[in-house]
Design a protein around this ligand. Structure first.
Ligand code: NAD
Ligand code: DAU
Length: 354
């Protein structure tokens, strides 16, 4: 039986990169997305006409529409990426995070269970509901150690608390109802099509405009950067080889202080697009008020995924992946202009200066 993959959040950053990979791997894909301020049909432009791709504009809170989409397309695997994903936004307005991340995941689980119950005895063992989560559910690390699948949950922001709550719902649906669920927890992604509210694209567009580069606190917080294509490959492997009820962590094996990331970004821009005003983009770095409750450090031990799924990092060097990513943004300025010019978008850039 062919695998029909339904991808929620397909029009977002990681979702669209995952759709691209799944189509390349030969799967039929149904993209499901509400197209919030963070979701864009532009992200799906390259495969809109692909014979194995269908798009449904829908909210994950719409249980009926989601259920009818599962039925209509005879979906065998769900990869659930849709979420409110920006930590700063969760601090200024937590309500949308509870609504989408917690209630939305509950709604999907209800619909997925109804769909699963109606499958034949040969189809049932093949069904999977994979929930994409974050390393932020584990809280923060000190200078040493790494998160793994056995780390207790200790979320610190409204975003990570909402993701933790959704993970626990997914876990309960496996244990109570036997829905074949898998959870993945990943570290900070970078790569093409990331919405410019997140550190790397935001810094690129501030720099190109000659605006201050706002580094929170002293820039000493550490993140473990993974290329989005490596994350997408990990999620596909978890669908193909993962065991229901299990969780798998993915990291990038690339821990960097935020200030080092911004320095690397400035050096690359100095090389690829020297400042017309002269000097280095580093001159624009400005230390600003820290994020409240800012987690100090994240790092992932993904040896379980390597051992059990055959997961490997294709992007081994963060700085060269970053250079490729910056080059992508420089040659896709129109994309950034379009996605940041929509209603509800908080970041704004003066495109006449870029
Ligand atoms: P994103 O903000 O770029 O995309 C989110 C997508 O979900 C958008 O297309 C948006 O339209 C859609 N969406 C939001 N609310 C919806 C709703 N109610 N109904 C239907 N669609 C809705 O996010 P991203 O960075 O691609 O993250 C995708 C997933 O991966 C999230 O679950 C996030 O928690 C998780 N994650 C992200 C990272 C990261 O570094 N970005 C790391 C680990 C895990
Ligand atoms: O760890 C995985 C998580 O990574 C995902 O679950 C989230 O969806 C994703 O947004 C990301 O969360 P972060 O908060 O780590 O990402 P962000 O890009 O917002 O910030 C990265 C670091 O850079 C963080 O320590 C805060 C800092 N920062 C961020 C911005 C936007 C700055 O110093 N200045 C900024 O302007």
């Amino acid at each position: 039986m062919p695998r029909i993959l339904l991808v929620t959040g397909a029009a977002g950053f990681i979702g669209s990169n995952f759709v691209e990979l799944a189509l390349e791997a030969g799967y039929a894909v149904v993209g499901y997305d509400a197209l919030t301020y963070a979701g864009h049909r532009e992200n799906l432009a390259a495969f809109e006409k692909h014979p194995k791709f269908t798009f449904v504009q829908g909210n994950i809170l719409d249980q009926e529409l989601f259920y009818s989409t599962l039925q209509k397309h005879q979906v065998t695997w769900v990869a659930h990426f849709a979420a409110e994903s920006h930590v700063d936004k969760s601090i200024s307005g937590p309500g949308a995070f509870i609504e989408t991340n917690v209630n939305g995941t509950y709604s999907l689980l209800m619909a997925a269970r109804k769909h699963y119950e109606g499958l034949s005895s040969t189809e049932k063992p093949r069904f999977r509901f994979l929930h994409v989560s974050t390393d932020e559910v584990f809280g923060e690390l000190g200078p040493t150690g790494k998160f793994s699948e056995t780390t207790p949950y200790a979320p610190n922001s409204p975003y990570s608390a909402s993701k933790a709550a959704s993970d626990l719902l997914v876990r309960a649906w496996f244990h109570t109802y036997g829905l074949p669920t898998i959870i993945t927890n990943c570290s900070n992604n970078y790569g093409p099509r990331q919405f410019p509210e997140k550190l790397i694209p935001h810094m690129i567009f501030c720099a190109l405009q000659g605006k201050a580069l706002p580094v929170y606190g002293k820039g000493e917080n550490i993140r473990d950067w993974i290329h989005v294509k490596d994350h997408a490959r990990g999620v596909l492997l978890a669908l193909e080889k993962g065991i229901p009820g299990e969780t798998y962590c993915f990291g990038g094996n690339s821990e960097r202080k935020n200030l080092d990331v911004v320095h690397a970004l400035c050096s690359t821009l100095d090389e690829l697009r020297p400042r017309s005003a002269g000097g280095s983009y580093r001159d624009l770095i400005s230390f600003v008020t820290d994020r409240p409750g800012h987690d100090f450090r994240y790092a992932i031990d993904d040896s379980k995924a390597q051992r059990e799924l055959g997961y490997v990092h294709h992007f081994k060097n963060f700085e060269s992946g970053l250079k490729e990513t910056i080059a992508w943004y420089l040659s896709n300025l129109e994309w950034s202009k379009q996605v940041t010019s929509k209603p509800g978008v908080k970041v704004s850039y003066d495109w006449s200066k870029i």
